[in-house]
Write a protein that binds this ligand. Structure first.
Ligand code: HEC
Ligand code: HEC
Length: 288
């Protein structure tokens, strides 16, 4: 309940943005020069002096493309999204959090400055957060269902059949800027870039990670028996027994006609049920 209240708060457009009179672009520019320029570069193109030696490409801010967002695929992040990254950093990358090194006013100011580096923020509408419902409790049954959803939605093509980040497509993946990108390994304990709570993962499944090959599954989660149904292509990756399991799961899913006659609330409930199951399954992969 508390978290959904928080998301409702964040959903207000421009929530709390720069309401502090000390937050300013000039201040943000100075904070940027002192702390961010060495990696993100003079004009924010991700080409700072340190960038080449990192093994990770710092984000090019001029493109207005950000991974950690509460907003739908294709949208800009909110101020709070950017603030969260600057505060907490992106685990598993050289982008560290500045919670201790910078005051909140400095962090909010640098967010304003980062936004000024891309024209997108001036021309696109104020982004709004997607709603994130309260998480469903995990059970053996939801983990088992999540495995079937993981197989049907072909998460394994990148993340691997056992979730080790070694799927058949993993080696060839590039991000939108042409750099090699590593697929997340679910067997390692929590180094999620955009937050490790169930709600963070739910949000991620619906927003995708812009600029990376990790897409949004908002639409794909609403599959019918038919639309997810062609199991032939899966025979290389799964055993006959596993395919049979998948077939049984699919047979219990609504067919296309049933899906069409659902109200918006019903299809949302179905999609949410699958999303939580998928998240419970991902959690079950973490090596003890
Ligand atoms: C040591 C180098 C380094 C420094 C210093 C650094 N960053 Fe980053 N930053 C990165 C890298 C690398 C990424 C991309 C990581 C990825 O996507 O895997 C990144 C990504 C980001 C993102 C994108 C987040 C998203 O959701 O896509 C933002 C915003 C950001 N940095 C802001 C800042 C700000 C503001 C500062 C200074 C206060 C800063 N960074 C300092 C290396 C750095
Ligand atoms: C086309 C390849 C591809 C497919 C298919 C794919 N992913 Fe990903 N996924 C990635 C890549 C690449 C990353 C790492 C992106 C990054 O670090 O910026 C990732 C990252 C993630 C993360 C970590 C997010 C974080 O905050 O660090 C989760 C969780 C995830 N994927 C879940 C899934 C699920 C569930 C599915 C299926 C419904 C799926 N992915 C399908 C490529 C893919």
């Amino acid at each position: 309940m508390l978290l959904s209240a928080l998301f409702a708060l964040l959903a207000a457009p421009g929530a709390r943005a720069s309401s502090d009179p000390d937050v300013s672009l000039d201040r943000g520019k100075k904070v940027y020069r002192d702390n961010c320029l060495e990696c993100h570069g003079n004009e924010g193109r991700g080409d700072g002096e340190r960038a080449r030696r990192l093994g990770f490409k710092p984000r090019d801010f001029t493109l207005g493309s950000f991974k950690c967002r509460c907003t739908p695929s294709g949208s800009l992040p909110t101020d709070e999204d950017l603030l969260r990254v600057v505060t907490r950093g992106l685990p598993g990358t050289p982008m560290k959090g500045y919670e201790e090194a910078l005051s909140e006013v400095d962090r909010r100011s640098v967010v304003e400055y980062v936004k000024s580096l891309s024209s997108s923020f001036a021309v696109q509408p104020t982004p709004r957060c997607l709603e994130v419902p309260a998480p469903a409790p995990s059970s053996d049954q939801s983990v088992a269902e999540g495995l079937q959803v993981y197989r049907l939605l072909r998460c394994w093509t990148c993340h691997g059949v056992e979730g080790r980040g070694d799927g058949p497509a993993a080696k060839a993946l590039l991000d939108d800027w042409g750099n090699r990108i590593r697929v997340y390994n679910f067997t390692r304990p929590g180094r999620f870039k955009c937050g490790g709570e169930d709600q963070d993962l739910y949000r991620l499944l619906h927003t995708g990670l812009a600029g990376s090959p990790m897409p949004s599954y908002s639409t794909a989660l609403v599959f019918s028996r038919e639309s997810a149904g062609n199991l032939d292509g899966l025979s290389g990756a799964f055993s006959a027994a596993e395919l049979e399991e998948l077939g049984r799961y699919l047979a219990e899913q609504p067919d296309a006609a049933a899906l069409r006659s659902m109200t918006e609330g019903e299809s949302r409930a179905l999609s949410d049920h699958r999303a939580w199951a998928l998240i419970h399954f991902l959690r079950s992969l973490v090596a003890p």
